[in-house]
Ligand binder design. Structure first.
Ligand code: NAD
Length: 434
């Protein structure tokens, strides 16, 4: 029996020990799913706080109930540690660390490199390593493989390496780790086979592709598709403003076509850890190959100008009422980057608050999921909703959280600027839409 067959058998019999490096929005749900499937899971993170919370059986990710973590910790299926020496005990190690952009908007793979080095230092025959972090095509084979091969082991024979992009959609009640199909691409056919065996334990549908590069590009296509389509529809919103047409009505009417059209909606700008960032990983890689990714650049330009456009709508609305932005009280509703989540990473609401504050507006916000935010030079706490609405010169709807009761908000407000069509169906002179 060779190493691949031995590892596959351990996985199939439920004896495999899985390590997850990085216990955030991606790593924790995955760890829980593997543990729930009956595998022994050790989660590794640099954060003492996260590890301590998990050891107490507490979850810090909204979609994962503490109860679920607690029962897995109690039965010994899931443990967490900051001590990376236990990596050598793992049969499979999955890397789920952040892949942000650096100051110059280039990929920052320093955490992937650190995680890979930690694994490489303890690599032993028979181990599978999978990268889940979103990255540019070529990362797994150009960056991680050489680090792992430094020990002299041969990929596909003594150890196995694959890429499998995470598709988690925080706050989505319908699709979670188990029922979202999973793409897998290995460095060799044996790598794909072993990785497939692992994921089939925890995910209903696993889709192998021919290479790690293909798997890396699948993720970037998915997110570039969203960024470009949102860019297109944001530009249509700007066109509609000039044409005097309601963009929301146009989209809803177009969406009645049963084929060949998929609705995307305009908004105050892109947010979250994926859509604003991932396409730039692709365009960066293409730049090194002397190719300009024009759709990505254009969509990025349009989407990143939306916060400025929203501020100009607020300014116009105040101007109509003979008021200036300077000195006006603006209440932003929702600062999380999307509905019903507590994540403010890259949220356009922060850009909007910064822009309005820098123009002299007296800004405040309400968000049932986010108790406080830090702006460039101002810290804010979420204010009580209806008192804030009554107090504001303008209520600016940025994130359409499910709990907001818009008829009451519009009734109590002096003026509402709605970037999400959240007030659909409410007829009032006070409402100005994107
Ligand atoms: N959040 C999402 O919705 C989502 C969806 C799909 C893909 N992704 C991708 O998944 C990756 C992880 O994203 P996330 O949202 O889970 O990030 P996160 O910031 O929530 O979690 C990452 C964790 O990794 C830890 N970490 C950093 N360096 C480490 C190291 N060297 N060793 C061990 N732990 C380390 C951090 O302390 C943190 O707890 C990124 O590449 C992201 O683009 C995220």
């Amino acid at each position: 029996m060779n190493e691949a067959e031995r590892l596959e058998r351990r996985i199939e019999q439920g004896d495999a020990h899985v390590g997850t490096l990085g216990l955030g929005y991606v790593g924790l749900p995955l760890s829980v799913e593997f543990a729930h499937a009956g595998l022994h899971v050790t989660g590794f993170d640099l954060s003492q706080d996260k590890v301590a919370a998990l050891c107490r059986g507490e979850s810090y990710i909204q979609d994962i109930p503490s109860q679920r973590v607690a029962s897995l910790v109690r039965t010994g299926r899931l443990r967490a540690t900051t001590d990376f020496s236990a990596l050598s005990e793992c049969d499979a190690v999955v890397i789920c660390v952040p892949t942000p952009l650096g100051k110059t908007k280039d990929p920052d793979l320093s955490m992937v490199v650190d995680a890979s080095k930690a694994i490489a230092a303890r690599l032993r025959p028979g181990q599978l390593v999978v990268l889940e972090s979103t990255t540019y095509p070529g990362t797994t084979e150009e960056l991680i493989l050489p680090l792992l091969e430094e020990r002299g082991y041969k990929v596909g024979e003594s150890f196995f390496l694959a890429f499998s992009p995470e598709r988690v959609d925080p706050g989505n009640p319908r699709f979670g780790t188990r029922n979202t199909p999973k793409i897998i691409g290995g460095v060799t056919a044996a790598c794909t086979r072993v990785a497939r065996a692992l994921y089939e334990k925890a995910v209903d549908t696993v889709i192998p592709v021919s290479s790690t590069r293909t798997a890396e590009l699948v993720k970037l296509l998915e997110n570039t598709f969203r960024s470009v389509n949102i860019g297109l529809v944001n530009e249509v919103a700007l066109m509609c403003d000039r044409l005097g047409v309601d963009v929301w009505e146009v989209i809803d009417a177009a969406a009645t076509k049963p084929f060949g059209f998929m609705p995307f909606y305009p908004g105050p700008g892109l947010g979250g850890h994926c859509i604003p960032i991932d396409p730039l990983y692709l365009s960066w890689k293409l730049k090194t190959l002397n190719y300009r990714a024009r759709f990505i650049e254009l969509a990025g330009e349009i989407n990143s100008a939306m916060p400025e456009y929203v501020c100009s709508r607020v300014s116009d609305a105040l101007n109509e009422r003979e008021k200036s932005v300077k000195g006006s009280r603006v209440l932003v509703l929702g600062v999380a980057y999307k509905r019903d989540v507590d994540d403010v990473r890259e949220s356009p609401a922060l850009d909007i608050l910064n822009l309005l504050h820098s123009r002299g507006a007296r800004v405040s916000y309400n968000d049932p999921y986010v108790p406080s935010v830090q702006l460039n030079d101002l810290g804010l706490h979420s204010v009580e909703l209806m008192a804030g609405v009554r107090d504001a010169d303008v209520v600016l709807i940025v994130t359409d959280h499910g709990g907001y009761r818009y008829p009451d908000i519009v009734e109590a407000a002096r003026l509402v600027v709605d970037t999400r069509n959240a007030t659909k169906g409410i007829v009032s002179e006070k409402i100005l839409k994107l």
